[in-house]
Write a protein of this length. Structure first.
Length: 176
């Protein structure tokens, strides 16, 4: 059974914990005041951010990215689950981005656990917020793409021999 949130009155994303050990969630408030805490992986946040950007580019949306504020979100949401799969579409009748969120373990062909609509402005703000959360994590190795831990990084592209940080800046020509 799908829970219909209608047009979301609020949406935001959060990260808890230290980089490398964070937990991520999407918070939604529906038009009738229903609430949902939707837990996800960082990779799912990245995919959602990318999908929102692509959708807004297709719509040629150039509005503001004002962050959404959710005031009075309950400590325990009415709907609280881990997201397994996500889908997204566009409804031309009301110009909204439609999110289809599936609970982890749901089989293909089953109904989504939750469906919510976002305005293009809400979508842009959520995408910007997701990017900010993703960027605040561990730095990524420019050679292999793996996260660089605080203790160092043995890059597989350098055959694991070096645990020195890889410089990101080009040396000055005068220093040659």
């Amino acid at each position: 059974m799908t829970v219909e949130f209608g047009l979301a009155s609020g949406v935001d994303a959060q990260a808890f914990g230290q980089p490398g050990q964070r937990t991520f969630r999407l918070r939604l408030v529906g038009e009738a005041g229903q609430s949902a805490s939707l837990w996800m992986e960082k990779e799912q946040m990245q995919a959602l951010s990318l999908a929102l950007k692509q959708m807004l580019a297709q719509l040629e949306y150039a509005g503001e990215e004002r962050p959404g504020e959710i005031e009075g979100f309950p400590v325990v949401a009415e709907h609280d689950f881990r997201i397994g799969r996500m889908g997204m579409g566009f409804d031309p009748h009301d110009s909204t981005v439609v999110l289809y969120l599936y609970e982890i373990g749901v089989e293909d062909g089953d109904e989504p656990a939750l469906r919510a609509r976002l305005t293009p402005a809400q979508s842009a703000a959520l995408g910007a917020q997701l990017d900010e959360i993703i960027a605040s994590g561990r730095p990524v190795c420019p050679l292999c793409g793996a996260p660089i831990e605080a203790a160092g990084h043995a890059c597989v592209r350098s055959n694991g021999h070096s645990d020195q940080a890889i410089p990101t800046e080009e040396p000055d020509e005068d220093e040659s």
